[in-house]
Ligand binder design. Sequence first.
Ligand code: BGC
Length: 893
Amino acid sequence: MLIFTPLLLASTSALFPTHLRCEYLANPIGIDDSAPRLTWIDESDQRGARQSAYRITVSSADSTAHNADLWDSGKVTSNKSSQIEYGGKALMAGQRAYWRVQIWDGNGDSQSSRPAFWELGLPKLSDWHAKWIALPTTANDPLDIPAPLLRKSFTADKPVKRARAYVSAKGLFNLYVDGQKIGKALLTPGWTDYKKRIQYETYDVTRQVQQGSHGLGILLGNGWYCGHIGLTGGNNYGKFPEVLVQLEVEYTDGTKSEVVTDGSWKAKPSAILSDDLLMGETYDARLETRGWSNAKFNDSQWSKVEVRELDAVPLVADQAPPIESIEEIHAKRLIPQTIAGVYVYDLGQNMVGWARLKVHGPAGTKIQLRFAEMLSPNKSVYTTNLRGAKATDNYTLSGKGTEVFEPSFTSHGFRYVEITGFPGTPGLDAITGVVVGSNNPQTGTFTCSNKLVNQLQHNIYWGERGNYLSIPTDCPQRDERLGWMGDAQIFVRTACFNNDVAAFMTKWTQDVVDAQSPEGGFSDVSPRKGDSSDGAPAWGDAGVIVPYTVYLCYGDTRLLARRYPAMRKWVEYIDSVNPNHIWVNRSNNNFGDWLNVNDDTPRDVIGTAYFAYSTDLLARSARILGKTEDVEHYEKLRSQIGEAFRSQFVADDVKIKADTQTDYVLALRFGLLEDSQREAAAKRLVDHIMIDRKGHLSTGFVGVGYLNPTLNAIGRPDVAYRLLLNDTYPSWGYSIRQGATTIWERWDGWTEKGGFQDPGMNSFNHYSLGSVGEWMYNRVAGIDLDPTVPGYEKIVIRPTPGGDLTWASGALDSIHGRIESKWKLNGKQMTLDVLIPANTTATIWVPATNLASVTEGGKAASGVRGLDYVRQESGCVVFAATSGRYHFVSTMK
Ligand code: BGC
């Protein structure tokens, strides 16, 4: 990580470039794109600072990046600071490029960044000289065989300049050099449809591979490749794991050598007797092979490996943030149990990962760990809702001193850990929770004066943290853990606030395209599960909504362009079989408003609303990408669907088919009504909530995401706050009152009256109902984007104080820099503190009676530099603002 200290870069310029990133990553190695995009953040402490031009220089050997032998963009008159495609000489496999950017401010003064770099991986199959290798076996089930160890010794016989290891697996791997695990990444290389593409990882092993003899080792697990995957059992892509290693060593004299997996490697079963993501891991420490990945290890007794040639399946660089151990949680308490020898730990947080066990005892002692999200009434672990996922780790002691066990190739969703077989009485420190997930950098924070709402934000955040594990999963604990598309799309906007998920979603939207059927059907889960049917309304539509949302939140036009053909094919797929524009044919599993509260929205309403929505986003995408014919065609189609919706579902009195909350929410949110019908629909929605449901929501996964945004848009934030602050069933607060530390799958996962819901489907860590997070950021705290200038290049600050909140505070580290919005009430007086990053502009809605009642920095707002009065609307004074810090004080009605 480079640290940029503006003070060291003395200059008169008001702007300096920081946070240099390539494809969303800081100094990545192993990038596949020949034209990766470069991004930086303009920083300034001056109001209104704007970049007027930039110049990027890229160098092959000069680490200061002054000698631009690869590319010199020249001085480009532009305020663009993100997503700039590299336009220089093609890099060779493994080649590093050093880059820096010089930027000019409005006065023509300039400032240069510190250098950064990226490095190409092995983008072409022909760059690979390694072969797939595996431990030979006659077993039938991967769970019947121990995880293999594979090894080879080699010598670097000259001084080494640099060394890189490129590693992929059909399965999961850990790489070792001379006994040391390389890198912090876990569960590599992640989940893709291994029949369509397989990711590889790149490691800088220069420090480990210096002149001399070395041992190279691989521990290989089953993972998603051949272990159990939700709802399908095991062996989904192949029977046993295989690995591919290519170690490239460059010597100081300019020569190179390679160590690759081939028939010269040796293999042997490890001490991991079985491993599975859903079932857990069994480890016998007595079977450990000491020094197995060291240079001098004698492997003459080990088996030869099985060798398979590379086939045509593309190997692609893993360009998303790695799965890592993010945090550790100490056990909070030990819960007394009725059965002797059984201990249950409470970590105080429903989390995803595993437990680290610390133990001392006689060789051969067997310890069992089981994991659960909840406790049964008798305080034992409640595991019924895990269904077929055994989620059990077993450890047999070696008897050598204090032993520490952590599994390698499994993960669990849990708050409670049950230990059986511990020698003696375990202390609180025998168990530590290791929190594991895709380490997408945190970008958002939200806090306010209400404790319940803060807990809600906490629960939403932890839901995202645990369920974004290589792909966005529905849940982390039961035998499911699939990339459910409906869940992913309804939550994605919230996700983009909490964390930088651009690279993560770039990868996953490729999985979504890989899962598209030849007819154009996206799937319900991506990667697709076997030969499952195509996607349902609101589920399959994720293939359109997610790329569009990433475009909006990160200004990623290239992703939109790359996904556009698949998005178009999806809309065509629906259109071609629904000539009346009512989506009933090919609506596949049609889940409806999943898990609503006795308020079931008709399937054709949801289908048609989503058909309109996807077509709308497609038309918008076509416009952004300059596809004029498509714009016309899909705008027309969109209006035909709207007409069909109204004539089929909307009565003269504007009652919409089944009169559910979601009926009205979708019609209002997706713009499916005539202007003249909106008021009546809005009134009916509010009455449904306030009268029929006595101030409660009844929406399921689909409706919930748009509920509070719609209430805000129709001018009823008071009703949105009512729902936010409820703690009676059904509400977010209800689960919090029951002690929830993550979002539950169901509004009634556990109730005082009924106890646990149907264990057939009752997860306590499912982020879908947490999609209200988006509204908390953009209307409670007030940080939003302007879709006409995406990626927060034009920001909207629009807080809506309400409920009993006396203050709220949001921050977002956007691709253009840090945005803050913090408001505080004191009677009718409101203060609003705003930070708009340099090189962006904003529209700021200050809640106020009129312009005269607003001051900024202690002066009448009307005269302040950088602020222009625009209009008065909806109880706010609207300003156009340049970048900088603003401190508003206003009087509200
Ligand atoms: C999953 C959901 C998913 C749903 C489809 C469930 O089993 O857990 O989150 O969206 O099926 O209706």
